[in-house]
Design a protein. Structure first.
Length: 287
């Protein structure tokens, strides 16, 4: 059987008791390590679980899944996922391969906290969120703006938008690849400030004011950990926000932000007076 086990968001102790039981008896244990990362090293997990963990990078999961699934029709294989098992489509694809295997491989999943639910710590109601979007690192020649259209659709309904920020783990250096060498770039994690700057850049091009300088937003970092950070303000203010170490996410507030949501979020504001003024001018009364 393949067990897809959610690890939660912070450290080795966020795994469920049921999930931990499976990990300690499974024939092999894999850790998916590219759609998200825990806030502790692999060695910490291994010490807590009392057994070795095989790191499953993008290449292994997407191109060599047969190695992960080998023998899983007869033995127990644990596949560990940061957050919740099905927060990323990669894991749905792995489950489909189990169904299509000959013979089929049984699957069991253990859910856990993910950013999709933990973002409720901002005080913004999960019922008032629209489509989740992703923000990738811009380059000088590549600045994809499809996220803006999804945000615009959410904004038309007055809904909040959760923006998931890009991470680069074990990314090959393209110049080295062109010379026939495999060299990996150092890990990179997008910050709230970088995301806010890129949002402003596209908004200035589109001139729709969907995520303009005075749009209210909330930046979060390391949700679920002992040192989580939540900061609220305008998009412009968040371009200078320092929330420390990864992982970061950003929420663009919808115009239907309820008074109770405002009351809670304002407690995280960089400039509470400014935050209140913009909310009363642009957001209050849109429910």
């Amino acid at each position: 059987m393949l067990y897809i086990i959610g690890l939660g968001l912070a450290d080795e102790k966020d795994i469920s008791a049921k999930g931990l039981e499976v990990v300690r008896r499974a024939d092999r244990v894999y850790l998916e390590a590219y759609t998200a990362v825990l806030l502790v090293e692999q060695s910490v997990l291994e010490a807590y679980y009392g057994r070795p963990v095989i790191l499953a990078d993008r290449e292994m999961v997407e191109s060599k899944s047969d190695e992960i699934l080998a023998g899983a029709d007869e033995k127990d294989v644990a596949f560990l996922v940061v957050g919740d098992p099905f927060s990323a489509t990669t894991h749905t694809d792995l489950a489909l391969r189990c169904r299509q295997n000959d013979p089929p491989i049984s699957i069991r999943t253990f859910p856990n906290a993910s950013i999709l639910t933990a973002v409720g710590a901002t005080g913004l109601s999960l019922y008032n969120f629209g489509q989740t979007v992703s923000m990738v690192f811009f380059t000088e020649t590549w600045k994809p703006a499809s996220f803006y259209d999804r945000i615009a659709e959410n904004a038309s309904l007055g809904l909040h938008t959760l923006v998931l920020l890009d991470i680069k783990v074990k990314e090959p250096n393209l110049q080295a690849m062109a010379r026939g060498k495999i060299i990996y770039e150092p890990p990179r994690f997008m910050t709230v400030a970088q995301c806010a700057s890129q949002m402003l850049e596209i908004d200035e091009e589109r001139k729709q004011g969907i995520c303009g300088k005075d749009s209210l937003a909330v930046g979060v970092a390391r949700l679920g950990s002992d040192n989580q950070e939540i900061v609220a303000g305008t998009i412009e203010e968040l371009t200078n926000a320092d929330l420390g170490n990864p992982l970061h996410s950003l929420v663009l507030c919808g115009k239907k932000m309820h008074e109770m949501e405002w009351e809670y979020v304002r407690g995280f504001a960089i400039d509470q007076t400014k935050f209140d003024s913009i909310w009363k001018r642009d957001y209050a009364g849109h429910n």
